[in-house]
Design a binder for this molecule. Structure first.
Ligand code: BES
Ligand code: MG
Ligand code: ZN
Length: 501
């Protein structure tokens, strides 16, 4: 699907389906809908009344236009009560109307901003949301499905936003561009996670990262096992030693043309398959463990927007990509390993591997002394227990930075909820024979146990850890897309890097 702008009034646009929106319990639907209604010989108001259409947020009503205007059908979508209108309501209305248009087999669909409350959400942000949600809500991953012959493909080709007002049109154009860019990046993240682990290997991630770097004129470095050995990455390599898939340590750099305001490191957990290792997971917990590189997918996808966005910050992206497998060469519970920064780790559970890979990712990147570090990781089942799949868990050593990232995330439609790190929590990872254990207090504050471990490797640099284990995978569809991998984190990172630094 492509989203485009047309400087043409809505009743004249040639399309299959026209989407218009109305507020709940409002008598006046605005000038454009009145014009449309006139063109339709009052069909709109008649059907709304007859069907007793309330305009509840996300509810839809399909009307055939009987050749009275060029669109064959109209979808009326409810925006909910005007007083409750905001990005969330707009997203819901967008998702359900575009899915409805898809079901109705529209190829060309058009929509207008008139009738929306542009005081509450600025026109460019409105257009951004419409583009983002429309592209993401209709996302499908069907490359492995056999196609039935002659099966009609229900796919929308073009979504037209129509606007005749010149300055408004300009703002809308900006929003469409940004929304499309972000949605395409998030779709890349989804694709990478949805691909089975036999396809999305560390090598594949490195190749995709190379491609992203080339397309965006970014510097890239990919270290293999030998390079990592030389650097003393005993932690990352311990996790990797059980797998036949070669590990890859990936670094991408974006440097702006002008003097950057800050240098920010974004780090993604890149465990391409987490079997648990010798501390093997039960079968049902392993089913979705190809998604254990969702953090990596999000940061790589974020870098794919750099050519267009050109934020005024220097960015270093790090992914330590490996599988976590059980084998005769696998690391064992009880092993003591040494990370690149010299700290030693007593492994108590090989399934707490994410933090171990991140120990070296953090040791590596802190040497560059970035101003801030943000990591995204499908780190703990405990975070899923605490917050479900509706919110990411945020943990930090710097409240100011966390506040900004939480705000950037929530604004972008990715919920962030903070969990505290107390001094007592830091005590829980003490080891009898090494500098720390890789687990913590059993059955208690599991998400924080992971965070205080990573904290040991960030060298007091302002850092925010985002545990995305819940929202990275949905069991049923939501506003932004189907069940399965979500590509969470891309919208938060892009919003933060471009609007909050
Ligand atoms: N990749 C998992 C965390 C996870 C769980 C992600 C569910 C997505 C959904 C992680 O490596 C893990 O296994 N963590 C362990 C840690 C424990 C052994 C201390 C966990 O959460 O059980
Ligand atoms: Mg694990
Ligand atoms: Zn894991």
């Amino acid at each position: 699907m492509k989203v485009i702008l047309k400087n043409q009034s809505i009743e004249k646009i040639a399309c299959d389906i026209l989407i218009v929106s109305i507020f709940q319990s409002s008598k006046n639907h605005g000038h454009s809908i009145d014009l449309l209604d006139t063109a339709l010989e009052n069909l709109l108001t008649k059907v709304i009344k007859e069907e007793n259409f309330q305009g509840k947020v996300g509810s839809t009503l399909v009307i055939r236009t009987n050749g009275l205007i060029s669109a064959k059908k109209i979808i009326i979508v409810g925006l909910g009560e005007r007083k409750d209108f905001g990005p969330e309501a707009l997203r819901k209305a967008c998702a359900s109307s575009i899915r409805c248009a898809q079901k109705e087999n529209g190829k060309t669909v058009s929509t207008i901003l008139h009738g929306l409350d542009l005081e509450k959400i600025k026109p460019d942000f409105t257009a951004q949301i419409i583009s983002e949600v429309s592209l993401l809500a209709t996302y499908k991953f069907d490359k492995y499905k056999s196609k039935e012959k002659n099966e009609p493909k229900k796919e929308i080709q073009t979504l037209i936003i129509s606007e005749t007002h010149k300055t408004l049109a300009k703002n809308i154009e900006t929003g469409i561009k940004r929304g499309t860019l972000i949605a395409e990046a998030q779709k890349l993240a989804r694709d990478l996670v949805t691909e089975p682990a036999i396809v999305s290997t560390p090598t594949k991630l490195a190749n995709v990262a190379r491609h992203v770097a080339r397309e965006n004129n970014l510097k890239i470095k990919v270290l293999d096992r030998k390079d990592c050995e030389k650097l003393g990455m005993g932690a990352f390599l311990a996790v990797a030693q059980g797998s036949e898939e070669p590990p890859k340590f990936i670094e991408i750099k974006y440097i702006p043309k002008n003097k950057p305001k800050k240098h920010i490191a974004i780090v993604g957990k890149g465990v391409t398959f987490d079997s648990g290792g010798l501390s093997l997971k039960p079968a049902s917990s392993m089913e979705t463990m190809k998604d254990d590189m969702s953090g990596a997918a999000a940061v790589i996808a974020t870098m794919s927007t750099m050519k267009e966005l050109q934020p005024n910050v220097a960015i270093t992206m790090i992914v330590a990509a490996t599988e976590n497998m059980p084998s005769g060469t696998a690391y064992r519970p009880g092993d003591v390993i040494r990370a690149m920064n010299g700290k030693t780790i007593e492994i108590l559970n090989t399934d707490a591997e994410g933090r171990v890979t991140l120990a070296d990712a953090m040791s590596y990147v802190t040497r560059q002394k970035p101003d801030e570090i943000i990591d995204l990781a499908t780190l703990t089942g405990a975070c899923v227990v605490a917050l479900g799949d509706t919110a990411c868990g945020v943990m930090t050593n710097n409240q100011k930075l966390a506040d900004k990232i939480i705000e950037a995330g929530n604004e972008a439609g990715e919920r962030m909820w903070q969990l505290p790190l107390y001094e007592e929590d830091r005590e829980k990872i003490k080891s009898d024979i090494a500098d720390m254990i890789n687990t913590g207090s059993k059955g208690k504050s599991g998400a924080q146990n992971g965070a205080v471990f990573i904290e040991k490797y960030v060298d007091k640099i302002p850092w925010v850890h985002i545990d995305i284990a819940g929202p990275s995978w949905l069991d049923k569809e939501d506003v932004y897309g189907p069940k399965g991998p979500t590509g969470v984190g891309v919208r938060t990172l892009v919003n933060y890097l471009t609007n909050y630094v």
